[in-house]
Design a protein around this ligand. Structure first.
Ligand code: GDP
Ligand code: MG
Length: 218
């Protein structure tokens, strides 16, 4: 008897200006920890975590970090091409990082074509705002931009973990919904979505349940 370790693998990327909090978000999601000092140039290529979507299907997320390359806009085409979803990350206390989101989004769209990625707009460092920091992007403005562009929007903190889980699980649920509806398919030569592997039933794994998605996405 075998049952799947995971049913699908989704490849997601995090993009946005340098220092907005991408690596911290990933670290919290995969490790449950916040690292006060983070070196922008040192990073692993990708992280992985299993989550379950609403019907119990197990998804392995392969999550790619840019490891400092964003400074030079030198992200390669294949980094984008093989993705099914992207988290567009900005810093709530850094106006310029939000103003650059449309550029990041069109860059991603252009390279991911002909596939149509799921995007989430993720504001980071919410804890700073709640601790006397200067908010430079209002929630309403970000939400309006997200609605106009068919994106899910959420404000998070990698310091206290607020909404980190939801940022990733919502994208995951939406990708899965698109597989269910037939819009997305597993394709040879494309790593965005892959089918999973099986394992003997006598091994046990812990899976973390995904939050319900709050999407009205493109
Ligand atoms: P990246 O360049 O987008 O990967 O950004 P990093 O994750 O390396 O974060 C840049 C800096 O912001 C680091 O000093 C982090 O400790 C800090 N940082 C990241 N996320 C948060 C957060 O949610 N709250 C606070 N207070 N600081 C954060
Ligand atoms: Mg980084």
């Amino acid at each position: 008897m075998v049952e799947p370790i995971f049913d699908y693998q989704f490849r997601l990327i995090l993009i946005g200006d340098s220092t907005v909090g991408k690596s911290s978000l990933l670290k919290y999601f995969t490790d449950g920890k916040f690292a006060e000092i983070s070196d922008p140039t040192v990073g692993v290529d990708f992280f992985a975590r299993l989550i379950e979507v609403k019907d119990g299907t197990r998804i392995k997320l392969q999550l790619w970090d840019t490891a400092g390359q964003e400074r030079f806009r030198s992200i390669t085409k294949s980094y984008y091409r093989n993705s099914v979803g992207a988290l567009l990350v900005y810093d709530i206390c850094n106006r310029a990082s939000f103003d650059n989101i449309p550029a990041w989004m069109s860059e991603a769209r252009r390279h991911i074509e002909p596939h149509r990625p799921v995007f989430a707009l993720v504001g980071c460092k919410l804890d700073l705002v709640n601790n006397g920091g200067q908010r430079e992007v209002s929630k309403e403005e970000a939400k309006t931009f997200a609605d106009q562009n068919g994106l899910f929007h959420i404000e998070t903190s990698a310091k206290n973990g607020l909404n980190v889980e939801e940022a990733f699980s919502s994208v995951t649920q939406e990708v899965y919904n698109r597989i269910q509806s037939g819009e997305y398919k597993v394709e040879d030569g494309w790593d965005g979505i892959k089918t999973g592997y099986s394992r003997p039933t006598n091994l046990s794994y812990n899976f973390i349940e995904a939050e319900p998605a709050k999407f009205s996405c493109c």
